[in-house]
Design a protein around this ligand. Structure first.
Ligand code: HEC
Ligand code: HEC
Length: 194
């Protein structure tokens, strides 16, 4: 209910204010993502990924994977199907055009330091600061909430994110070699990169 009121207020404000951030086609379509991902894709929670600043190519792959059931998520599958129905390019352009504000979820500096030291095997793909590689569809981890990052690592380790995908074999093997504590440290590190 609160979300519905929030959206109504936003719409009212937008119509009064005239030209503004809601003027792209994707902005209106994306309003119902804010229930989980926060307004303008700036998730405030620990477990929901920030969508602001996702590269359109990676965004589109993620949506396609959820919609087909390849990346299983009971929460995302219906929304991904809706996104494709309403036009994925508009959503991808909207979120891709927003600047990611790093999560405000605080991490323990000692854990982040340990994570930085443990991140050596990730550098080859995610780069020295976890910023990823747009052309290779390797996501930018910097500033994402720590709970989301750790959860995805665990899903890789258990082969629950895109199960059986041969292109993710190497990253899953790597995750199998990491303890829960090391995953927490890595999540703290990448989350804290500015
Ligand atoms: C009911 C809550 C909910 C709503 C509403 C929702 N999402 Fe999500 N979204 C999630 C969850 C939970 C995940 C993480 C799922 C997983 O484990 O892969 C996620 C993940 C994603 C990701 C993957 C991000 C990454 O870094 O890989 C994208 C992209 C995404 N959502 C887009 C959207 C869009 C666009 C909308 C609106 C049309 C939307 N979501 C609405 C819950 C939601
Ligand atoms: C062989 C290349 C490779 C290596 C090595 C690698 N990754 Fe990744 N990582 C990827 C790719 C590719 C994806 C996106 C997978 C997809 O499209 O579903 C990804 C996704 C992720 C995600 C999910 C991000 C999101 O937004 O959903 C996390 C978290 C992650 N990697 C952490 C790590 C960590 C930590 C390490 C080191 C321990 C690591 N990765 C090593 C290639 C790699």
């Amino acid at each position: 209910m609160q979300v519905v009121i929030g959206i109504a207020l936003v719409l009212a404000a937008a119509s009064v204010a005239g030209a503004g951030p809601l003027d792209t086609p994707g902005a209106m379509k994306a309003l119902n993502c804010s229930a989980c991902h926060g307004f303008a894709g700036q998730s405030a929670g620990d477990t929901m990924p920030i969508l602001a600043g996702l590269w359109p190519e990676y965004f589109k792959k993620a949506i396609a994977d959820y919609a087909s059931g390849k990346r299983p998520s009971t929460e995302m599958e219906p929304y991904a199907k809706q996104v494709i129905q309403f036009g994925v390019d508009d959503y991808a352009a909207y979120f891709g055009g927003l600047k990611r504000e790093p999560t405000k979820i605080a991490v323990d500096a000692t854990a982040a330091g340990r994570g930085r030291a443990a991140a050596q095997p990730c550098v080859i793909c995610h780069g020295p600061d976890g910023r990823g590689d747009r052309a290779k569809l390797i996501p930018d981890l910097a500033g994402q909430p720590p709970g989301y990052l750790k959860n995805q690592m665990m899903l890789f380790r258990e082969d629950k994110r895109s199960p059986g995908d041969p292109s993710l074999k190497a990253i899953k093997e790597l995750m199998k070699s990491l303890s829960d504590d090391t995953m927490s440290d890595l999540a703290a590190y990448y989350s804290s990169v500015r």
